[in-house]
Design a protein around this ligand. Structure first.
Ligand code: SF4
Ligand SMILES: [Zn+2]
Length: 396
């Protein structure tokens, strides 16, 4: 595949360096940006959403916790699932019980999410997890899915899942975002590693794996974002994922995307970019690709500032055709999307060009703006030359 980022593309198999300077910098940035974030209203303690995925009814239940542990330590520049304070384990179980009790139709797949990692004990204490898994086992659905970070998947947590949820086919989703280590470090600040991913897979015999891929990460131009998503989907499906889920980015408050958007430095990806990703997929893999969050009405938190879109003339037609793809991922569904014509698509195509300035330079220039705004100028100045070396070296 052509690399449009003016640099050498690695893969997730290259181990991200734990304390890279970019990672340290973005962590400081995110701690600052999240510093004054208010807690969510406990009136939003759970939320259920239904839709049709691959021809079956899918119910998604989110419940509140005290927040994602990686969010708290400054990871993941695009994310703000919000947080509560002082939700105890019994309340978490009650939220799930209430959410399950509200489900009013037959469901094929039940997804349960703490808006973070279900198997992270700092987010969902073990007692809560056990009770929640027992509730899930009693719920009438064929499949159960949830998200968790790969390092929380161990022989012990998998054995617990098999014991507590014997009645269902289980699927675990990992937020890979990108499989490009340079983008993970310098644009996303998510230290996924090959080690944790492949180790997790070794424990998951008989359990399905969903890989979540981002479209429109910070700093990437539209063409780079599409390339990254296509590359990541292909990589994930070839390296053990049963399904790849593509998530176009929304701008949420207290994120780096929000900071960039306020300054005219970021727009969510066009829905045409999402269509472009689908058209570039290997036809043999299309059936294993799901699109998610292309509408703005997902999740507990309604604090979305900007969402993927097109122009008002074609937006509804594009969304409906994307719904059809979500319901039935196929070449025919992609064909329906490709057949939609609109002047805004031509305008989008006109901007779909490889930027002249290399990505590393563009990112570094914005790091300077961030440092100036967030009181990190001295920190950055002291490490400038080492950071440039780090950002421009070839991936191993
Ligand atoms: S993307 Fe996932 S791991 Fe990262 S902060 Fe958000 S919920 Fe946590
Ligand atoms: Zn249009």
């Amino acid at each position: 595949m052509r690399d449009t980022t003016n640099r050498v593309r690695g893969t997730i198999s290259a181990h991200p360096r734990k304390r890279d300077l970019a990672t340290q910098f973005l962590t400081k940035v995110m701690v600052e940006l999240r510093r004054n974030r208010p807690s969510l209203d406990l009136g939003q303690s759970w939320y259920v959403r239904y839709d049709q995925v691959r021809g079956r009814t899918f119910a998604q239940l989110w419940f509140s916790t005290n927040g994602c542990s990686w969010d708290r330590r400054g990871e993941c520049v695009m994310c703000n699932y919000g947080h509560h304070t002082k939700v105890d384990w019994m309340e978490m179980v009650a939220f799930v019980q209430d959410g399950l009790g509200s489900i009013d139709r037959p469901v094929y797949e039940l997804y349960v999410s703490p808006s973070g990692s279900l198997l992270d004990e700092r987010e969902v204490p073990v007692r809560a997890r056990h009770s929640i898994l027992q509730l899930v086992n009693d719920f009438p659905a064929e499949r159960f899915s949830f998200e968790t970070r790969p390092e929380t998947v161990t022989a012990s947590t998998i054995s617990e899942l098999r014991n507590l949820v014997p009645s269902k086919r289980i699927a675990i989703g990992f937020g890979l975002e990108s499989t490009d280590p340079w983008i993970l470090r310098n644009c996303i600040n998510k230290p996924n590693t090959n080690d944790t991913f492949t180790t997790a897979i070794t424990h998951m015999s008989g359990i399905d794996l969903y890989a979540n891929v981002s479209l429109g990460s910070a700093f990437l131009s539209p063409v780079e974002a599409v390339d990254d998503a296509v590359h990541s989907v292909n990589w994930a499906l070839i390296h053990g994922a049963d399904l790849a889920l593509v998530f176009p980015m929304h701008v949420k408050g207290y994120t780096l995307l929000n900071w960039l958007h306020d300054r005219g430095l970021y727009e969510p990806p066009s829905l045409w970019s999402l269509v472009e990703v689908l058209t570039r997929l290997d036809p043999a893999l299309v059936k294993r690709v799901i699109i998610s969050w292309y509408r703005a009405d997902y999740g507990v938190d309604s604090g979305v500032i900007a969402s993927p879109t097109t122009c008002p003339n074609c937006k509804e037609a594009v969304l409906v055709a994307l719904d059809k793809f979500r319901e039935e991922p196929s070449i025919e569904s992609v064909g329906r999307l490709m057949a939609i014509g609109c002047a805004c698509r031509q305008i989008w195509m006109g901007k779909f060009e490889i930027p002249v300035q290399p990505l590393a330079e563009r990112v570094f220039n914005i790091y300077h703006l961030l440092a100036g705004d967030l009181g990190l100028t001295e920190w950055l100045k002291e490490r400038e030359s080492a950071l440039i070396t780090e950002m421009t070296r070839a991936e191993p």
